[in-house]
Write a protein that binds this ligand. Sequence first.
Ligand code: FES
Length: 172
Amino acid sequence: MSEQIPAVNLANTVLSDAELADINAEIAHAPYRAAVAIDALKIVQAHRRWVSDEALAALADYLQMSAAELDSIATFYNLIFRRPVGENVILVCNSVTCWIKGCDGIRQALSERLGIREGETTADDRYTLLPVTCLGACDKAPVLMVGNEKFEDVTVEGLAGILERREGATPA
Ligand code: FES
């Protein structure tokens, strides 16, 4: 007779009490656990900056779905980060309207100012620079986000002010 291996609750060993409390608050209003997948991913990301494979597997387990299903949702939703990022993620829209209105120049100026290329994080872990598709404010292009804050009609000259403003803000 084989030895019974005790079941390990993956979620409780990987996810923090605070994360589980926030996720449970979402589940309380949902028809089924998997329905809160995006909100739960955002919660985990808010606590850790990004969603590792380990955290994703634990979360999938908790939401009673497969890791592959949850990963496909995380991949589709491009504001979920699956790799480590800095305290502040700068997302520069590179969709067509922002491209026409000069997002390449914005991105280049940010790269020079921060000393990183797209996809990289500054040595002090303060900023990560990433591309993003349309942020839904095409009439105010070019558009970027720093953390949760959206900036519209961005100019190269205005970047210093955006970053200075961010220095005084809570990282997100
Ligand atoms: S194309 Fe940049 S916000 Fe829509």
